[in-house]
Design a protein. Sequence first.
Length: 303
Amino acid sequence: MKISAIVTTYNSESVIRRTIESIRSQKREEIDFDIEIIVVDDCSSDATMEIVRSYDDVIFLQNATNSGGPNRGRNIGLKKSTGDYICIVDHDDEWLPFKISTQLRYADLAKIITSNYYHIDLLKNKKNERGNISEQAFVFHPTNETFLNKLSKNKKGEMAYIGSILFHKSLKSNLFEEEFGMIDYDWLLRLFKNNSSVEITKALYNRYFDGTNLSLNETYRKNDYLFSSKTIALLYEKEYPEFATRSIKRINGSMARYYYLMGNMPLARSFFCKSEKNVKMFLYYFTTFAGSSFVKKHFNVFG
């Protein structure tokens, strides 16, 4: 059994050793496996490349030019991978020791196995588990359940954050978009469409937040908004009209909360008006005029 871990890097000298070591240090429990680590760098200007090259057991590749996002590197890694199962890894992710051995226990049940993760906020010095908190060891999601939840932006379903996913090699021809080079929503939809999945209800890796994450970048938010909206309209609106309509409203709600968090209240109000109408939306809308500081301090507005 071989696992391919595809790590995309850019100027990650401060964190890349932690990421690689966490992959190399996976414990074998019940199932034996090898790990193929593929690192694809996006033309870093710091010591990232030198650090990665210091590992003899890491396959190192590099983009010819900077692509401005992780997707080209992810696609290069997918095409290069030879594993039976594949993981996509951000350069600052940290796997817990039994991540792979835990996920492989459920590999006979579905081609996709996800998990919870620890969200570590370095700015607030807080650590929270995110995902499906349950007394059950895992939840089985039948065919298209997660796809429809993702399509409609339903947060109550399987979280399936990209760094948690272990998927079978038969799904590796599903590639990431390279128009913007940083959007993964359409990839997730294609991955889960016509597939079942298993969700492990405990955290298996750490995801770090330091305020510079791509999810808070305005260019990324705009590109994600445009590409996700276009994907839904072109590929899913006709077949799944109810889910698509709900999704567009929730995408607008996400943009509204982003601008709310960033303090751009006129834009926040504009997107709130195009989002789902509910009590929470109205409370957010009215506090764009007064009270937003209290809300941002005490509630998880975005992310």
